[in-house]
Ligand binder design. Structure first.
Ligand SMILES: Nc1ncnc2c1ncn2[C@@H]1O[C@H](COP(=O)(O)OP(=O)(O)OP(=O)(O)O)[C@@H](O)[C@H]1O
Ligand SMILES: [Mg+2]
Length: 496
């Protein structure tokens, strides 16, 4: 009711009338003839058939019937522009608007009225108070991520509970602000007392304040066959090699004493008679990778779950690992985290990890790729399916969306899409991401650094946002090569 009162006093009095609905409209979209140019991402408001509706400018066109493309002499344009009388309209401004829903009822998710706006419906700039009701909810699960792109006075808050239960994809070209958004979400979650685990392949979160740096070491006796095979670079289809590895892993597991690598080598050696070349290949792999793997595989490292700093940001430092090794580490963490959350839910908090967790997988097109099996992909697909019930949310970050596994992509219930110009990426995201609107995809090249479209359940309606910059996150910025060269040269001249 309070909302209703708000409109009665604001609409038509102080609010700018932007234009009118023209031509054919549908319940979810309409065309607009406007008094002024429309800005992509601008929010509009209209009333029809008793509904009070919020809409969003999806496309904006300015044209002229007088200065038309049929003119052949630029001097004609000059004459037209000079001689036009003051106040005479030379241009038209049109736009396509997406109807986001009625603001009469629940504001946690807006519903689109079943009937379209009739032509001639007045279209207003959305009142600030309505935008605040929709984009700045004050519930305990809502955290600030920035301000509306075209209405910087309106704060945008997202529902973090929905990130845990429905996961999130952060997609954009390189350098557009994905990791900044990850840092911002991690910071906000830790401010709520929540736990975030970032698999930090580039070591760029290690300097973030209040961040626990977690070494990537794993207890070899706790590894699954798949994880150990990945660490030793043994292909999935090498069935006999995997058989050797499985038999040895089981027997070492049972013995659980002494040096893991010596035990493994001894065991594999013993399989050469039975498995021949396959066992030899496994032995070769162990010998090749042993010195490197000794840095990650340590018997004393215990369960990774015990290393989680609850209520903080945890950055698992993968910066010195090769891809396959990072893949095995992430996969191991994912499976242990899910097991520990299940244990907690089933034991009413007596066992396992006591609180819900958000995990972040950067470079997801490498770890969760399309058309290739990785250990992480297999575990991530289980987390995406089952995590909701056990409080394990996953944030998938990628600069190459078309390289991401479509099954996982299609199960992400929330998205933050920043600038994407590659048409193939746009088509792929539109095809596999449930909450995406095609018109929005076409406008993505128009976004600048840090500007994002938020879609899905964590927002009441699609939000065009200027994301806050996390100033504490120092690494990740473009390198100023020219400045570094000149400083280096100056230093060397001084020395000389
Ligand atoms: N919201 C923002 N506001 C202002 N500047 C930003 C914002 N987000 C990012 N930037 C700037 O852009 C730089 C790159 O951002 P970031 O590292 O988040 O990009 P990225 O998309 O993760 O890139 P990559 O694909 O290379 O990982 C930052 O160092 C920062 O200077
Ligand atoms: Mg990044």
């Amino acid at each position: 009711m309070a909302l209703q009162k708000l409109f009665e006093t604001s609409i038509g009095m102080e609010n700018e009338i932007v234009g009118y609905v023209v031509g054919e409209a549908k319940p979810y979209e309409a065309e607009l003839l406007a008094f002024r140019p429309l800005a992509m991402g601008e929010y509009l408001y209209m009333e029809y058939h008793g509904y009070r509706v919020l809409a969003f400018v999806a496309t904006s066109i300015t044209g002229s019937l007088v200065i038309s493309r049929d003119l052949v002499d630029p001097r004609d344009v000059e004459r037209l522009v000079k001689n036009i009388r003051v106040g005479e309209r030379l241009f038209y401004h049109r736009g396509k608007v997406k109807i986001l829903g009625s603001v009469d009822n629940s504001l946690s998710k807006l519903h689109i009225p079943p009937i379209p706006p009739p032509p001639g419906t007045e279209v207003y700039k959305a009142p600030k108070a309505v935008l605040e009701k929709v984009f700045t909810p004050s519930g305990p699960a809502h955290v600030r991520v920035g301000v509306l792109l075209r209405e910087p006075e309106v704060e945008v808050r997202v529902n973090i509970n929905k990130v845990v239960s429905r996961h999130l994809g952060i997609l954009a070209m390189t350098g557009m602000g994905k990791s900044n958004l990850v840092a911002l979400i991690a910071k906000r979650v830790s401010e709520l007392g929540g736990t975030v685990i970032v698999f930090d392949y580039h070591g760029e979160y290690l300097s973030l304040p209040n961040t626990a740096i977690v070494k990537p070491s794993l207890d070899p006796t706790r590894l699954t066959l798949d994880e150990l095979a990945r660490l030793l670079n043994i292909p999935r289809n090498a069935t006999r090699q995997r058989m050797v590895l499985k038999e040895c892993l089981d027997s070492i597991d049972a013995e659980a004493c002494g040096d893991f690598f010596n035990n493994l080598k001894k065991c594999v050696q013993g399989k050469v008679v039975r498995y021949g070349a396959s066992a030899q290949k496994v032995l070769d792999a162990v010998n090749v990778y042993e010195s490197f793997l000794r840095k990650i595989l340590k018997e004393a490292s215990g369960d990774v779950i015990e290393r989680v700093a609850i209520g903080s940001i945890n950055a698992v430092d993968l910066s010195e690992l090769h891809l396959n090794h990072a893949d095995a580490v992430i996969a191991h963490w994912l499976s242990r985290l899910l097991e520990a959350r299940k244990a907690s839910v089933w034991s009413n908090g007596a066992k396992g990890l006591p609180t819900p967790i958000i995990v972040v997988i950067e470079e997801a097109h490498i770890f969760i790729p399309v058309g290739e099996e990785t250990a992480t992909k297999q575990r991530a697909s289980v987390v995406v399916r089952e995590g909701r019930k056990f409080g394990l949310g996953i944030i998938v970050v990628s600069q190459r969306p078309r390289g991401l596994d479509p099954t996982i992509l299609s199960q992400l219930g929330n998205l933050a899409i920043l600038r994407i110009v590659h048409p193939e990426d746009q088509v792929y995201v539109a095809k596999y991401c449930e909450p995406v609107m095609q018109d929005v995809m076409e406008e993505l090249p128009g976004l600048n650094i840090g500007e994002a479209i938020l879609l899905g359940e964590w927002v009441a309606v699609p939000a065009a946002v200027k994301v806050d910059l996390v100033r504490e996150k120092v690494s990740g910025a473009d390198i100023d090569a020219v400045k570094i060269w000149s400083l280096y040269t100056a230093k060397n001249i001084d020395k000389g």
